[in-house]
Design a protein around this ligand. Structure first.
Ligand SMILES: [Zn+2]
Length: 218
């Protein structure tokens, strides 16, 4: 086993600090492995369009965060894991604030395909299956925008530079979130403007709290 560097120690401390803060903010908070969760295995089948669901993406099911297979196995991904953690924490906070409305906003319009169950009563309800198509989801895009705004801030605070905005924009326009928002230029412009505010330290209160925790270690 190799010795811990100063950086490793700081990252461990930051992990403990963030974990403690999240436990305080979200009752019942815990981190679980995706490969050990039946719910996540089922979701990976339903979300067939995201090929990396089990291996690369963390997923929130309130009040838990389910983490992908590589989690905790490599030194080189330690910082990225914390970045994913605070992104998911934004979802947990929003879910706590908005309750079940969060789930409907996040899953709309595709969730309305469940109306097709009423076809047992009237076959016209089968038309609701049309909601399964990859229609844009402004609600999901808004909630993910809030998460990715925190991700780009974390990247900036810990690495002192801008993350790959094109990669972030592709999360909105591509299959990973079922093509939730097709306007790539708009999302890049919005995040670039947020980054300017982050650089100027002009940030909302929820981000301030996370920044204070990070800056104790970085
Ligand atoms: Zn997210």
């Amino acid at each position: 086993m190799s010795a811990l560097s100063l950086r490793d120690v700081r990252l461990l401390q930051l992990r403990v600090d963030l974990h403690k803060y999240m436990e305080e903010q979200v009752p019942g908070f815990s981190i679980e492995k995706k490969e050990k969760s039946s719910l996540m295995k089922l979701l990976s089948i339903l979300l067939f369009f995201n090929k990396s669901f089990m291996t690369k993406y963390a997923t929130t099911a309130y009040p838990k965060i389910y983490v992908p297979t590589f989690w905790g196995k490599h030194k080189r991904t330690q910082l990225m894991e914390l970045e994913m953690l605070i992104h998911e924490f934004v979802h947990l906070s929003d879910r706590k604030k908005y309750g079940h409305l969060f789930n409907i906003i996040y899953l709309a319009p595709q969730i309305f395909s469940l109306l097709a169950l009423a076809a047992l009563w009237n076959p016209w309800f089968l038309l609701a299956l049309g909601f399964l198509l990859p229609w844009p989801s402004p609600g999901r895009a808004w909630l993910e925008y809030r998460g990715y705004r925190m991700s780009i801030a974390f990247y900036y605070w810990t690495r002192g530079k801008k993350c790959n905005m094109n990669w972030v924009a592709r999360q909105f326009t591509g299959p990973n979130y079922y093509f939730m928002f097709p306007f790539k230029k708009y999302i890049i412009k919005r995040l670039e403007s947020d980054l300017k505010n982050i650089e100027k330290d002009d940030i909302p209160n929820d981000m301030r709290k996370i920044k204070d925790i990070i800056k104790k270690r970085f």
